[in-house]
Design a protein around this ligand. Sequence first.
Ligand code: SF4
Length: 425
Amino acid sequence: VRVYVESYGCAQNQGEGRTLTRELAAAGHAIAEDPANADVGVLVTCGVIGPTEMRMVRRWEELSRRVPRMVVTGCLVPLRTDLLRGPGLDRTTFVPIREQSRLSSLLGEWSSHEPVPAHSAREMAPPVPPALSVAEEVVIAQGCTSHCTYCYSRLARGRLTSVPLPEVLARVTDALARGAKEIRLTSLDTSCWGEDLGGGVRLPELVGAVAQLPGDFQFRVGMMSPQSLRPVGDRLLDAFEGAKPFHFLHLPVQSGSDGILREMRRGYTVDEFRHWVCRARGRFPELMLATDVIVGFPGESEEDFRATMDLIEEVEPEIVNVTRFSARPMTPAARLPRLAPRVAKRRSRELTTLRMRVARRRFERWIGRPGLARIVEWGAEGSSVGRLPNYLPVVLAGRHPLGTVVPVRVAGARSTYLLGTTGDS
Ligand code: SF4
């Protein structure tokens, strides 16, 4: 069967899409680069906010006109499948996230019992092997332990189910064998990893074990909630020592107001967020901090919003992902009275302007400094993108070999990346 896979959303969803693609290829299915050459289209969906969900629906409509058969998986399944209506529906199969591994056998059954209505051979381009990347997501858990009142992902992905340590190590080893040089340990909340497994093996031990694996690679630990960081944070910072873990912390604060954090049921205070930022930066002064903020949460007063602005100005994260509140069906926050859209829009604009200014300020501190960057992708206009040991992206002129580590000097800064030079550029 010729399969076309398209994934959206966070690192976890994209990683699951890539794993699916690999499993389908390993089971003998051909991976098509263009839906026009596929018998089956697989859409790995995201439903984080309303506009994304609508985009998924439109993409399903487009794809289902171009491929004989569709599979929809990811976060819209099963809670939001009623959004998909129309002629493509009877040619669409829904596969819940936790059942994605049965997709290759499902396609096998289709092709043996009931041949997939294929395009004519004449129309088909030759299949391509799945794209190889030097950066690979390794999913370490499904679901999370929190109860945030706005979050759809929690409903879509369910309670925490951690991938046991030996299996995580096997996944990392496989990715390294495929040529990966940057591993992204990913889940909705990495710091709760292992809580459901018992036995006291938690994220610090996982990080320590991955760092012990042989090979020339580095790894990034993904998003973690300050709430679940509490019992493991100090040990985690110990485990971050050494050259393999990127000194990078993705700690979503969501609001600078304790009142709003309570309404969100985030389970920590702004001071607790500050505490972890200070501890991490005290230990690794060059650490890169990423955080997420929701603006326009129901009940967010101007004072609450100013507290968020002040926090960002004070803490100076290198990355702030700003999302305007979007009421997700079936979540408690969806029942709360909403702010006027123009207010939320204005706050989002203000915060975005601030975050760009703050990031630029942080990034400019690097100008003139030398460092080692691992090349992880090729960018626009013949450039390469490398990652410094704290995960800061540095854009270099020229195509440097992917996966290699090159000495660089930072020559400039933008608000989302650094500009660097090498001896030969
Ligand atoms: S977990 Fe959230 S961000 Fe990730 S794909 Fe699902 S809805 Fe989108």
